[in-house]
Design a binder for this molecule. Structure first.
Ligand code: AMP
Ligand code: MN
Ligand code: MN
Length: 319
């Protein structure tokens, strides 16, 4: 494994990109690396390209410098793709990846086949932020970098709860909180706190949820007109699938929202035995064994029928 030191040697311009609809791990890893480079490699010019993140992440240093618009073409010496399972998920910023002189991918999605010149993919790690710490020298991590990386780890582990949490995850998070910042405030304000309209749409999604396959699967869908009614955007729907997952007896939770007529964004979470990454992969998406997503076409019922067929097969082979 190359260190950041060697990846950055002889490099003067760097671009960093993550996946579309960036989550805490994506924003945290991109800004964590951005701050680390700015602090320790002052001669390097670094730019972060990401879709506009949720405003809960605006406390991260550098968040106000993220380029989200239609920017001009630039050829960078080095492009880092972080927390991004496949090239398409870089979205419109893929042009910087394609044009860059050298590309590096650092990721933890098991579905990632390695699309860069240099690929570091560890599916067993909780988060890209945890992985990034392996490339950094602890004493060179500033408190502002630590805040970004800690946020990413906390988000992708469901605040150190999901089965992707290991003693190494906790040790890494421990090293980061030793830098000294208000971690409980970060968790509260970025993970648990929701706006009133988010609470309303969550309530609506739970109320209209349906249990199938003998209560092993729960699903709920939000239509575009519901999103319009409550005045919410896709970012506001984060966390609904986790609420569905904690229903007693459920193995798989499925949450859909309508991207356009007959096109749904699918989020799946499983508890113990179903590999949702495999199912999402079958439908052109990907992710992790216990958390995955894809985009599917058809009516809401077509989508659910197609997904439950795969889940049922896995449940049958399990028993
Ligand atoms: P989500 O349900 O969108 O929170 O995503 C769960 C996990 O699956 C995340 O790690 C995503 O990066 C990944 N994922 C979601 N949608 C896709 C997709 N269309 N293609 C590949 N990976 C995805
Ligand atoms: Mn992510
Ligand atoms: Mn991640």
């Amino acid at each position: 494994m190359n260190s950041l030191e060697s990846m950055l040697s002889g490099v003067t311009t760097v671009a960093i990109g993550g996946h579309v609809r960036p989550d805490g791990d994506c924003v945290g890893s991109c800004l964590g690396l951005y701050n680390y480079i700015r602090d320790n490699f002052q001669e390097i010019q670094v730019t972060v390209y990401l879709e506009q993140p949720s405003k809960v992440f605006s406390f991260m240093q550098g968040a106000d410098h993220i380029c989200s618009g239609d920017e001009e073409d630039v050829v960078y010496d080095l492009f880092f793709a972080l927390d991004c399972g496949d090239k398409e998920r870089l979205g419109k910023f893929v042009k910087y990846f394609d044009a860059a002189r050298h590309t590096v991918c650092i990721d933890h999605h098991i579905s990632n086949v390695g699309f860069a010149d240099e690929n570091y993919i560890k599916g067993e790690l909780s988060s890209t932020c945890e992985f990034l710490c392996e490339f950094m020298e602890n004493q060179k991590i500033s408190v502002e970098t630590a805040k970004c990386l800690y946020t990413g780890i906390a988000h992708d582990t469901g605040v150190f709860q999901y089965s992707n949490t290991t003693s190494k995850t906790l040790n890494t998070a421990g090293m980061l909180i030793d830098k000294g910042f208000d971690f409980s405030r970060i968790i509260d304000e970025t993970f648990y706190q929701k706006t009133y309209k988010q609470k309303q749409i969550t309530g609506r999604a739970l109320l209209e949820s349906i249990m199938v396959l003998d209560g092993k699967v729960i699903f709920s869908a939000v239509r575009a007109k519901d999103m319009e009614f409550y005045g919410v955007t896709p970012q506001d729907l984060d966390g609904i699938v986790s609420q569905l997952r904690t229903t007693e007896g459920v193995e798989v939770a499925i949450f859909l929202y309508e991207l356009s007529p007959q096109v749904y964004k699918v989020s799946m979470r499983s508890k113990q035995c179903v590999n949702v990454s495999e199912i999402a992969g079958f439908f052109g998406g990907g992710g992790h064994i216990r958390a995955a997503g894809c985009t599917m076409q058809g009516s809401m019922y077509d989508v659910i029928n197609n997904l439950t067929e795969h889940i049922e097969k896995q449940l049958l082979t399990e028993n």
